[in-house]
Design a protein around this ligand. Sequence first.
Ligand code: CP3
Length: 354
Amino acid sequence: DSPTGQQTKQQSRTHDSAFLKACRREPVPHTPVWFMRQAGRSLPEYLKVREGIPMLESCMRPELVTEITLQPVRRHKVDAAIYFSDIVVPLKAIGLDLDIKPGVGPVVADPIRTRADLDRLRDLTPDDVHYVTEAIGMLTEELGDTPLIGFAGAPFTLASYLVEGGPSRSHERTKAMMYGDPQLWADLLDRLAGITSAFLKVQIEAGASAVQLFDSWVGALAPADYRRSVLPASAKVFDAVAGHGVPRIHFGVGTGELLGLMGEAGADVVGVDWRVPLDEAARRVGPGKALQGNLDPAVLFASTEVVEAKADEVLAAAKGLEGHVFNLGHGVMPSMDPDALTRLVAHVHERTAV
Ligand code: CP3
């Protein structure tokens, strides 16, 4: 695909940012920082603008999306913005009956469990998500040289919500389909890979400078099952967005045993949760990839001294890496003190300034 004007403009404007340099494994002026789930959650200014507007509806309002995406950049001085949306937005956009219940998460009215159900998963066109193109156009003007990260849910994590009908701890119906009807499973993941690829391309063409594929729940799988039943679909997504000149980040929780395979799926940057130190993660991932992570989010509930000491441990483990993007090992929690996050960004910047 030839790049759009907005894509070229935004990519050259953000090219020399610390975040994109770290993703490309080039020397950086300081270690870049951003936080998964930095938009929304604990910010009072977020709760204020969201008042009375359901989550999925707020994702379809470009002005609101722009404001919410910018809030953590203004407040915390993070090195990148992440587009305010949700992993189920493209599924809603192709007409699935689903909602995000506060305190619960995505809930699907009619779960996908049979071959006939697959027909409800049609391809996504840019028109289905015109508000994303609009919002990113507005956003990138406001962001200037700060990169915007686009994102999507990976096929496995999306499949889990669709097959279970909602959040699940053990993913039992999902795994039952994966083990019991491998062909139906492969076809489901392949369709989801197509939808996810199309959704990421919309974001890149509108001006996103990087993309992250969230496979939040894939840590529930053994490596051999991941390789056989999930990796091909995730690799299809990474292939579809290769050659656009934007770094591709791949993240999941509890994925210590899968880090090598998640890199193999095609990522340029592998996200690591807090269970594996970054030097060990680098051995598991192998050369040629940057790492992102990995402070335990729960540390933010301790004193400033503890937060800074634990952040220094992360930086020490990252010392020999070619490229490091500082992040939490999972998302910001709603009850976190926003000031603790602001102080953490300043601390990492100070400690790593050259
Ligand atoms: O990172 C950001 O700040 C950008 C926004 C973003 C949201 N969801 C907004 C949101 C991103 C990147 C996501 C991704 C997402 N959504 C993931 C992958 C990331 C991860 O944490 O592992 C997953 C698994 C989902 C599904 C989902 N949506 C969950 C589990 C929840 C939380 C339910 C709850 O209330 O506890 C949501 C809802 C959601 N997505 C909220 C926000 C700000 C809260 C909605 C609200 O406040 O009404």
